[in-house]
Structure formats: structure tokens, C-alpha cells
Design a protein around this ligand. Structure first.
Ligand SMILES: C[S@@+](CC[C@H](N)C(=O)[O-])C[C@H]1O[C@@H](n2cnc3c(N)ncnc32)[C@H](O)[C@@H]1O
Length: 190
């Protein structure tokens, strides 16, 4: 039976608090550390690769992180069924697959229509946390986010500096170790 309306996340988590969404958590480095550092939030992380989704869910359970839920599935299909407009405090998209081949570009998360839709899910003042190691993906992504109506407090097209307070993702950890560049954007819903 399909879901008629989004779940009551207060009931699912058994508590209230800011609700955060992560798209494509991969091996879960960010999801797990962010949940550990922020026991007051509730996080829902999507990952379509079964192996990763199950592993991150298992590690969350082992670590007693009941305020982190991992959903195995395509975020583009599932997110619209699961969240009410204005219900999210933060959306995280870190190191999305760059989809180099033209035929695969339709799989990209940051396309104008879906990005506009993600904006509606955030509460006013809610944040979009975007990170990538591919400069072109970063530049195009920040443009799409701004065109969709996100505000960049640093100025149009300006990347956010590294913030050591933010948990790094699994992939980001590698780049921090080698010093390879990472392009970060932190935009807000006006
Ligand atoms: C390059 S990896 C980055 C993983 C992680 N965010 C990190 O920084 O280490 C991108 C991840 O997004 C997942 N992914 C891509 N498109 C997705 C979608 N539509 N729904 C759910 N997961 C997706 C991939 O399976 C992959 O694990």
C-alpha cells in the first residue's frame, strides 16, 4: 500500500527537534558523525546502494543513534512522499555523483525543477549544505541553487570556506588528508 501522506516524523523518531535530510550518504561518514555530534536533531539519510544503506543503518543502530534513519532508495522518487513543505531544517548533498556522460545527466540531483522542489521542503531560514570535489559541478550546482531561489549570504556564486566544526563526509575525509580542493556552498531559504 502506498503512503497517502508523509509520516509523522515526531512519532517515527519518538521525539521532536530539527529534521535534516541527507541525499546520497554513501558509506555514512558524515551521517554518523553529524548524528553523534548533534543528539538534538533528527536525520533521514537516503542511499540507493543497498550495501551502503544497510551498513550505515547497522552502524547507526550499533552506536545507539536512534535519531538517524537510513532509507534505501532513490531520493528523487522517495523524498516527495516523505516530507511536508517547510518541514526540513537542513538538506545535505555532499559529493554527488558528477554523471559525466550526457545520457546520465538526468540522474543529477541539482536540476532546476527538483532543486526548486527541495526549496519548498525547507523551513524559512533553512540551509542547503552542498559539497563537491569537482569544480565544474560546484559552479553549476551553486548557480542552479541560486536560480531555484536559494540565497547565498556570501554573494552570488561564492563558495563557503572549510568549517572545521562540520563533520566531514567519508569522501571529504580523503580530500582533507591529501589537501585536494573541495568546493562548498551553504545557502539558505530566504
Ligand atoms: C560520490 S558518492 C558520495 C557519498 C557521500 N556523500 C560522501 O561524501 O562520502 C554519491 C552517493 O550518492 C548515492 N546516490 C546518487 N544518487 C542517488 C539517489 N538519487 N538517491 C539515493 N542515493 C543516491 C550514490 O549511491 C553514492 O553513494
Amino acid at each position: 500500500m502506498g503512503l497517502q501522506e508523509p509520516p509523522d516524523w515526531d512519532k517515527v523518531f519518538g521525539k521532536t527537534g530539527p529534521l535534516e535530510l541527507e541525499i546520497g550518504c554513501g558509506a555514512g561518514g558524515f551521517a554518523l558523525e553529524h548524528a553523534k555530534k548533534n543528539p538534538h536533531i533528527r536525520s533521514v539519510a537516503f542511499e540507493w546502494r543497498k550495501k551502503y544503506a544497510r551498513e550505515v543503518a547497522f552502524r547507526a543502530e550499533q552506536a545507539g543513534l536512534s535519531h538517524l534513519k537510513v532509507i534505501e532508495g532513490d531520493a528523487r522518487m522517495e523524498v516527495p512522499k516523505l516530507f511536508k513543505p517547510g518541514s526540513l531544517a537542513v538538506i545535505h548533498l555532499q559529493f554527488p555523483d558528477p554523471w559525466w556522460k550526457r545520457a546520465h545527466q538526468k540522474r543529477a540531483i541539482l536540476q532546476l525543477e527538483f532543486t526548486q522542489y527541495l526549496l519548498t521542503l525547507l523551513e524559512p531560514g533553512g540551509r542547503f549544505d552542498f559539497r563537491t570535489d569537482v569544480q565544474d559541478v560546484g559552479e553549476r550546482g551553486i548557480k542552479v541553487l541560486e536560480s531555484a531561489g536559494f540565497h547565498n549570504p556570501l554573494g552570488a556564486g561564492v563558495f563557503h570556506p572549510y568549517d572545521p566544526e562540520e563533520a566531514p563526509s567519508t569522501r571529504e575525509r580523503r580530500y582533507l588528508a591529501t589537501g585536494a580542493p573541495v568546493y562548498r556552498a551553504r545557502l539558505v531559504k530566504p
